[in-house]
Write a protein that binds this ligand. Structure first.
Ligand code: KIV
Ligand code: ZN
Length: 510
């Protein structure tokens, strides 16, 4: 019989630590609902002590989730644990996740604590968390660079204090697969009572080895994998869920393990994460990249036509990528749109459906075929962006070879209309200048990218921006058949996200 590997998703916590990827509570709730549908076992909904916004998001998610286990991260101090408990306690199925660094480098340089102090703090924290719930996970941060015997001693003490899951992180993505597997075996063999708890791993991708390290660890005895959708996360990101799940699924002869993930929900979840965070998936990304199932070379195309298994080791349908995408157009009705959105994972309320339907009709007047990517953008812009301070109402731009580019803009700012105009060295520069003047913001544009959302000359433009203001960074995303309007929407979305981050400052985590 195959053993089950627990899938612990930390897209909402570690994933959110990707620069600029902050999400508001409504967006996190939407993602958490999709995670439940995807079949994730444990959802790390946030770090409640990091900010009021994080606390609120974890609490709201805990109130809404029925089946999925909801966990919140905490350092070893009582305040963090109290906050984590008060946030996750609403979920019928909850866990507190405690972490402290165990490498000499982190203990001496960051924590300024001795080994004995870290050992004691671990025990006290686990015991304190156990006074609230039976389900406590303990993580040894920077585990892969820790003294192995000391780490095992801390694990032993944490288990003795009541931890039910022990997590071994490769926090800085330093490990090599064989070495990491060896470390997992060492921890299993040298930690008394390790067989009574779940052994977990949590890898980062600094050397591009997060998936390989996690799979090696599973082979070596880990039974929980901590992952994120699309591999998003700090620096080079975390282990990507879709890669782990599909490796286990595709190679059962090598990996005799199962997961509870409904693989057909992988692609819709990947799209949702990318849409919400504004972090685009690289085209050649394994499993969910735009080219993952595209065959360019003639010889490959021929083979795939004769028998897809010649060059495809997975079927696109298995991850929810349908070959026959239903195309909607201006004659499609509300019911057809509703049903199709449900298939895509969006179960909208009647009010939300009204908004999306109205915008869908507007788009269908400009674009013959409305594709899934277009619908996602409509849902994102019409439904998910609920707490916006700035909204674009009107844009007129004049530009050309003989005129100085100028933009006139009408915005709603905190529900009040505001008009303004400005010049620039091009139409986008003029638009951004007018918006910055009207909103009284002073952000720096760090990055601007534009691409077509789908094929076709009538495709919508998709713009992403990265903005920085007062040391804070936010991503913004906008889509529209008019690329200047798409740019304005992306810029405004970035400004709204900056406002959100300013209102929900995160504490510096040590
Ligand atoms: O990378 C890491 O060590 C973490 C821990 C908090 C589990 O994210
Ligand atoms: Zn991490």
């Amino acid at each position: 019989m195959s053993e089950n590997v627990i899938i612990f998703d930390t897209t909402l916590r570690d994933g959110e630590q990707s620069p600029g990827a902050s999400m508001n509570t409504a967006e996190k709730l939407r993602l958490a609902t999709q995670m439940e549908k995807l079949g994730v076992d444990v959802l790390e909904a946030g770090f409640p002590a990091a900010s009021d916004g994080d606390f609120e998001a974890v609490s709201e998610i805990a109130k809404k989730m029925k089946k999925i286990q909801v966990t919140g991260l905490a350092r070893t101090n009582k305040n963090d644990i109290d906050l984590a408990w008060n946030a996750v306690k609403h979920a019928p199925n909850h866990r507190i996740h405690i972490f402290i660094a165990t490498s000499d480098l982190h203990m001496s340089e960051k924590l300024k604590m001795s080994r004995d102090q870290v050992l004691q703090a671990s025990v006290d924290a686990v015991k304190y968390a156990k006074s609230f719930t039976d389900n406590v996970e303990f993580s040894a941060e920077d585990g892969s660079r820790s003294d192995q015997d000391f780490m095992c001693k801390v694990f032993e003490a944490a288990i003795e204090a009541g931890a039910t899951t022990i997590n071994l992180p490769d926090t800085v993505g330093y490990a090599i697969p064989d070495e990491f597997a060896e470390l997992v075996r060492y921890a299993r063999d040298h930690t008394p009572n390790m067989h009574k708890v779940v052994l977990s791993v949590h890898c980062h991708n600094d050397l591009g080895l997060a998936t390989a390290n996690t799979l090696a660890a599973i082979e070596a005895g880990a039974r929980q994998a901590e992952v994120t959708i699309n591999g998003i996360g700090e620096r080079a990101g975390n282990t990507s869920m879709e890669e782990i799940v599909m490796a286990l699924h595709t190679r059962p002869n090598f990996f005799p393990f199962t997961t509870n993930i409904k693989t057909e929900q992988i692609y819709p979840t990947s799209r949702l994460v990318s849409t919400i965070t504004g972090i685009l998936v690289q085209p050649n990304k394994a499993i969910v990249g735009a080219n993952a199932f595209a065959h360019e070379a003639g010889i490959h195309q021929h083979g795939v036509l004769v028998n897809p298994m010649t060059y495809e080791i997975m079927k696109p349908e298995t991850i929810g990528l349908s070959a026959n995408k239903l195309v909607l157009g201006k004659h499609s009705g509300r019911h057809a749109l509703h049903e199709h959105l449900k298939e895509m994972g969006y179960d909208l309320s009647p009010g939300e459906l009204n908004t999306v339907f109205k915008n869908f009709k507007n788009l269908a007047d400009k674009k013959k075929h409305v594709l899934d990517e277009d619908l996602e953008a409509l849902v994102q812009e019409g439904v998910l962006r609920t707490t916006e301070i700035f909204r674009l109402e009107y844009l007129h731009v004049s530009s050309g070879t003989t005129v100085m580019p100028m933009a006139s803009v009408v915005l709603t700012i905190n529900e009040r209309a505001a008009k303004g105009s400005d010049y620039g060295n091009g139409p986008i520069d003029a638009t951004f200048n007018a918006i910055a003047k009207l909103t009284g913001t002073d952000s720096e544009l760090l990055r601007f990218t534009i691409s077509a959302l789908t094929g076709g000359t009538d495709a919508q433009g998709e713009v992403t921006v990265r903005l920085r203001e007062s040391g804070l960074v936010a991503l913004g995303r906008g889509t529209d058949p008019d690329i200047i309007t798409a740019s304005a929407k992306a810029y405004i979305n970035g400004l709204n996200r900056l406002e959100y981050i300013k209102e929900h400052p995160a504490t510096v985590i040590q």
